[in-house]
Design a protein around this ligand. Structure first.
Ligand code: CUA
Length: 338
């Protein structure tokens, strides 16, 4: 699915497809509205009482009935197949898409690039590049909406949702929260800034405070994860090297893919899906850790999976005591923090 020659592509590759389908639906509706209104008028004049005082009884017509069945069936199938094609295009991100993490909270959007740039109420992306957003909420349900790209998805507490787009024109576009989320919902707005490749590279090179995976590595050490998730096979938790994106056998015999959602769940609620051969001894981090830290930890585990990250530091003398999750610092515990 690429261009429809009749319709310009718009601000993203998806926009042209959505617009074309929408215009088709409007045109179809308008056509039948006008047709039916005209027929109504025509028949009420043609068969008015003065000319036809006695109506003729019609006993049915197979040809007519087949016609008014097959034509609507054909039309709805066109709509169905067309819309399904757009849906599949929209919901399946390309493999090599650039990944950006998004955290919604009352009432702002926080975006984090894998290279380390963080933004608030702003998302800076390069033009003509597939971008996949991995989104979650720190509190209530929000919805991430970029009207110009015709893309929108709910952002939910406790899980990751994902959308992708490819911006085709440099510029600044509206970003909205499209789910009522409290007093300042209407103020939960921002900008999506699409830059030319070299402008984006200049932007990305300036002001990164360590990559997201590096921040995750710090959190990994700080929370004592490295005590048990060791790079050798002696740890009390699974070795995380090369795990990301692979199937994982669980102790109840099921197999899950170690994606972002699984990594996140295994941090906040480790007992939910325990890896085969391990005991559910890991402490629960629910409420102990911010979404920002979770995003960084997920990025770190992901970097271990692709072999780009530093392996967990070996712990020379594990004392056998499982580290207790540290309490949040006051600055992180307040809702307005960070
Ligand atoms: Cu967030 Cu509405």
């Amino acid at each position: 699915m690429r261009d429809f020659p009749l319709f310009p592509e718009g601000a993203s590759t998806l926009a042209g497809h959505v617009d074309a389908l929408f215009i088709f639906l409007v045109a179809l509706t308008a056509f039948f509205t006008v047709l039916i209104a005209e027929m109504l008028l025509y028949f009420s004049l043609r068969y008015r009482r003065e000319k036809h005082p006695r109506p003729v009884q019609v006993e049915g017509s197979t040809v007519l009935e087949l016609t008014w069945t097959i034509i609507p069936l054909g039309i709805t199938m066109v709509i169905f197949i067309w819309a399904a094609a757009i849906y599949f295009y929209e919901t399946r991100p390309p493999k090599d898409a650039m990944e950006i993490y998004v955290v919604g909270k009352q009432w702002m959007w926080k975006t984090q690039h894998v290279e380390g740039q963080r933004e608030i109420n702003r998302l800076t992306v390069p033009v003509n590049r597939d971008v996949r957003l991995i989104m979650t909420s720190q509190d209530v349900i929000h919805s991430f909406f970029i009207p110009a790209f015709r893309t929108k998805a709910d952002v939910l507490p406790g899980r990751y949702t994902s959308i992708w787009f490819r911006a085709t024109k440099p510029g600044t576009y509206h970003l909205f929260c499209a789910e009522y989320c409290g007093t300042l919902h209407s103020g939960m707005v921002g900008d999506v800034v699409v830059l030319e490749k070299h402008d984006y590279e200049a932007w990305a090179a300036a002001g990164a405070d360590g990559s997201l995976a590096n921040q995750g590595e710090k959190a990994f050490q700080q929370y004592g994860c490295a005590m048990c998730h060791r790079a050798d096979t002696q740890g009390r938790g699974p070795n995380l090297l090369g795990v990301f994106g692979k199937p994982v056998l669980l102790d109840d015999g099921r197999t899950v893919i170690a994606d972002e959602s699984y990594i996140r769940e295994s941090i906040v609620n480790p007992a939910a899906k325990v890896v085969s051969g391990f005991k559910p001894v890991m402490p629960v981090f629910q409420g102990q850790i911010t979404e920002d830290e979770l995003v960084a930890l997920v990025a770190y585990v992901k970097s271990l999976g692709t072999g780009q990250g530093n392996p967990p530091l070996p712990v020379t003398s594990p004392n056998g005591v499982y580290p207790v999750a540290p309490k949040n610092e006051p600055s992180q515990a307040t809702p307005s923090g960070k």
